[in-house]
Design a protein around this ligand. Structure first.
Ligand code: KG4
Ligand code: ZN
Length: 347
């Protein structure tokens, strides 16, 4: 079985080839640079770039895997949630290819893709708890079975990755004209800082909830920076940047570790998975792994390349759905807001 996966929900054009949910033969990700002058993703530019890059990225993937279009069994594509123009570019490309080659089409939910990233090259079996932390989402999910998910908690405001991105911006860590992920920039500089230097708030701590909230934390960092600048001048902010970054990062990590460890105990599972772009964070990976180990559980984290947006996870989820006999019609639609299939909410 060879399932081609296509991902284009935001600003990464990606394709991958999977033979099962655990085995990915090739994965190509093209991060768009078109947005650099604008300081954020410009949806219209993203759609155009997906249209330009889609076929070449697929060709490179097939070449890397040594597989031709004739060998494919099915085509899986992210059909939501995401930017409508970006999704349409991927969905239409997938539909055209599937129709032209007479292949089944499988629509994959972007977040289900992130959940499946934990299965690639691993022996992780449900039930497990997944912490999905990315630029657009922060959700704690009890994966009872593949395809059966229970939402335990979520962010009430900013996603964890979004908080990293905003703090990177306000600390001036994003060099103009270069592509650096905000979270990466904060965690790189945080290595030289003291995570205990400033006690930033841990919202909702001690409450009986798996929800998180990061907007107050971001405002605290902003207030701290403004106060320091007013009292001691701009150089004082520069000198304190590593400590501020490390203290902010520690506050995010503490909150995410607390919720995940409690969820693992409450769901009585032996494994947790950390997925999404923020799973690339070294402190979070290390501290969550050790907290879970102390609680008698094990953490599974995908390779860094599988944490941020990619198509390997889409090909993996598509291969699983295809093996279950689940396919979609050629009328599959792009849906900017799409609920995770099989999701129930606790309480
Ligand atoms: O999963 P992803 O590629 O895209 C979404 O679906 O949102 O996640 C991107 C997010 C960004 O907010 C980025 O700043 C964050 O993941 N991120 C990190 C790190 N690397 C990427 N956050 C914290 N630490 C990192 N090392
Ligand atoms: Zn994502």
């Amino acid at each position: 079985m060879f399932v081609l996966g296509i991902e284009s929900s935001c600003d990464e054009t990606a394709a991958a080839l999977a033979t099962s949910e655990r085995d990915v033969r090739a994965s190509v990700v093209l991060s768009q640079m078109d947005h650099l002058p604008y300081g954020g993703v410009v949806p219209e530019l993203a759609s155009r770039a997906h249209i330009r890059a889609g076929l070449p990225v697929i060709e490179s993937t097939l070449e890397e895997a040594g597989v031709g279009l004739d060998d494919l069994s099915a085509i899986a594509v992210t059909h939501g949630p995401g930017l409508i123009g970006s999704l349409l570019a991927g969905v239409n490309l997938a539909k055209g290819l599937a129709f032209g080659c007479g292949l089944p089409l499988i629509g994959v939910h972007h977040l289900e893709g992130h959940l499946f990233s934990a299965l690639i090259n691993s022996d992780l079996q449900p039930p497990f708890v997944a912490l999905l932390a990315s630029g657009g989402h922060t959700e704690l999910i009890h994966v009872r079975k593949l395809g059966r998910y229970e939402l335990l908690g979520a962010t009430l405001d900013d996603a964890a990755g979004e908080a990293f991105d905003k703090v990177a911006k306000l600390l001036g860590l994003l060099p103009p004209g270069q592509f650096v992920m905000g979270g990466r920039a904060v965690s790189d500089i945080a290595r030289d800082g003291n995570p205990q230097a400033i006690r930033f708030p841990r919202a909702l701590s001690g409450r009986d909830t798996y929800d998180v909230s990061f907007s107050g934390l971001k405002t605290s960092v902003l207030t701290h920076v403004k106060k320091l600048r007013e009292q001691d001048g701009p150089q004082a902010v520069v000198d304190a940047t590593a400590d501020i970054a490390a203290s902010f990062e520690q506050a995010v990590v503490d909150v995410l570790v607390d919720r995940t460890v409690r969820a693992v105990a409450a769901c009585n599972v032996s494994h947790a998975a950390l997925v999404g772009g923020v799973a690339a964070n070294r402190c979070l990976r290390e501290q969550l792994a050790s907290a879970l180990e102390n609680a008698g559980a094990r953490l599974v984290v995908p390779d860094i390349a599988l944490c941020t947006d990619n198509a390997a996870m889409i090909a993996s989820a598509g291969a699983y759905r295809f093996a279950q006999g689940e396919t979609d019609g050629y009328d599959l639609d792009a849906q900017p807001r799409l609920p995770l299939p099989g999701l129930t909410t606790s309480n």
